[in-house]
Design a protein around this ligand. Structure first.
Ligand SMILES: C[S@@+](CC[C@H](N)C(=O)[O-])C[C@H]1O[C@@H](n2cnc3c(N)ncnc32)[C@H](O)[C@@H]1O
Length: 203
């Protein structure tokens, strides 16, 4: 993540929760239902931001599970930590997840509203499967909208390079990297791709 990207997210942080109108409880719960988060699971929320997913994940995994939220923006992380200080199964780490090793092993790694910001998506997915993902685990790329909505936002901010391909196009690209990537939903309310290492894991 570049310094100007960090500054950008630091600047957005104070108003992030007021502006993030797509992440309604209904859409979040629908997406989390699709990806089967069970009690006792360990979940890594990469690019957690202000932690919009965190209370939902924390409740679903329960006291025997664990949520680790990772971000590099202090502005975002300070808000997330303040909001969820009382949740015992949640930890926040300041890490550049494309440049630094993330501690721990996880059942599910979430990239929620984050994928267009990756600089090295293939390398990042390779490292996550090599280091952080438990056998049978998966990476989920998700958005509470379709790609048109995301691309319009990035376009309006002059960030056309952060373009999100359609779900089927992206899953085909990821399959070309040697993974089993499946579109779980491709609608106005949920863009969800599940990635397993090889052909063994199913949803
Ligand atoms: C569009 S925001 C989404 C935040 C949150 N997932 C949500 O949906 O509200 C993307 C977040 O990813 C973080 N991010 C992007 N690239 C990152 C990286 N390489 N390492 C750590 N955080 C990163 C940014 O700081 C930002 O908080």
């Amino acid at each position: 993540m570049t310094d100007s990207e960090i500054e950008f997210f630091d600047m957005l942080a104070p108003e992030w929760d007021n502006n993030e109108v797509r992440s309604t409880p209904q859409r979040i719960n629908h997406i989390l239902d699709l990806i089967s988060i069970d009690r006792g699971m360990d979940i890594l929320d990469l690019g957690t931001g202000t932690g919009v997913l965190v209370p939902y994940l924390s409740q679903r995994v329960g006291v025997d599970g664990k949520i680790v939220g990772v971000d590099l923006s202090d502005g975002m992380l300070e808000i997330a930590k303040r909001k969820y200080v009382s949740l015992n199964n949640v930890e926040f780490l300041k890490i550049d997840f494309e440049e630094q090793i993330i501690p721990g092993n996880y059942d599910i790694v979430l990239l929620y509203s984050v994928y267009p910001h990756l600089h090295y998506p293939k390398d990042t997915i390779d490292w996550l499967f090599k280091i952080n993902i438990k056998p049978g685990g998966k990476i989920i790329i998700a958005f509470p909208s379709d790609e048109k909505f995301i691309n319009e936002i990035h376009h309006s901010r002059g960030a056309d390079s952060d373009c999100l391909p359609g779900a089927y196009e992206l899953s085909k690209t990821i399959c070309g990297w040697g993974y089993d990537a499946k579109v779980v939903e491709d609608s106005e309310d949920a863009y969800v791709i599940s990635i397993c290492n090889g052909a063994t894991g199913e949803l």
